[in-house]
Design a protein around this ligand. Structure first.
Ligand SMILES: Cc1cc2nc3c(=O)[nH]c(=O)nc-3n(C[C@H](O)[C@H](O)[C@H](O)COP(=O)(O)O)c2cc1C
Length: 224
């Protein structure tokens, strides 16, 4: 296998990155087992601090357990809605669909075992959160691999973390990082749903990139 990529291959990578979306509306079509295996293998090839590979994946096939997770979502979502003060934001928020727990053909919790390889994980000591960051990279690999397969993933974070950890029977030191809804989407929107529905738009990249110090304009590279 060549260790370089053709222009066409490079374009595919960027296209997948841009075309990835968070999915909350699922078509109901089931996910083939071989695609799911490829997505999990993509996750397992993510970089990790000290090659710790702190992740585990819990496929939640039980409707009963899913319902408990959904109940936690409903509770937390109502709580979040109460925290919004402006009426128009409240109204918009209440119309947003922010999960697909019961409809998605696959639910997958992704966890980080903070005790894996303890007590010494190369590189983690000075920045203890790097095991969580590593787990997020595995999730991003899943998200992109799924997109390449035409499969959508929705990340649900509007949950009571300790309650979900209890529902999933996580041992001490193992933390829930993500709860993912996976399946074929009704559509892949051109833009994020939150942008399409007027919640928030994409920031200008130029305003986010600095040079040398925080707040200092980048002059060495010309960004659009
Ligand atoms: C850590 C994390 C947590 C998220 N939690 C939720 C969530 O609870 N519900 C939801 O609808 N979307 C959730 N999202 C999806 C974001 O809203 C979405 O990524 C963002 O609006 C940009 O849209 P896109 O992913 O389609 O490009 C989450 C995304 C991330 C990275």
């Amino acid at each position: 296998m060549s260790d370089t990529f053709s222009k066409a291959e490079q374009e595919v990578v960027y296209r997948v990155i841009r075309a990835r979306r968070d999915i909350r509306h699922f078509s109901g079509q089931s996910v083939p087992e071989d695609a799911l295996i490829r997505i999990l293998e993509a996750a397992h090839h993510a970089p990790s601090v000290g090659f710790m590979q702190p992740w585990n994946f819990i496929m939640v096939s039980s409707r009963e357990i899913r319902q408990k997770i959904k109940d936690s979502f409903e509770e937390m979502n109502a709580d979040q809605l109460r925290k919004l003060s402006k009426d128009e934001r409240k109204e918009l928020y209440s119309r947003l669909k922010l999960e697909g727990i019961m409809e998605a053909p696959v639910n997958m919790a992704v966890t980080c075992d903070r005790n894996r390889d303890a007590p010494f994980v190369l590189g983690r000591g000075p920045m203890p959160e790097t095991d969580l960051f590593s787990t997020c990279l595995a999730i991003q690999n899943m998200w992109l691999a799924a997109r390449a397969e035409g499969i959508g993933i929705g990340w649900v974070s509007i949950l009571n973390r300790s309650r979900v950890e209890e529902i999933l029977g996580l041992p001490s030191g193992v933390r829930l990082v993500a709860y993912l809804c996976i399946g074929y989407p009704v559509e892949f929107r051109k833009k994020p749903m939150l942008e399409e529905l007027g919640w928030k738009s994409r920031e200008q990249l130029k305003s986010l990139v600095f040079e040398n110090q925080w707040g200092q304009e980048l002059t060495s590279v010309k960004l659009e």
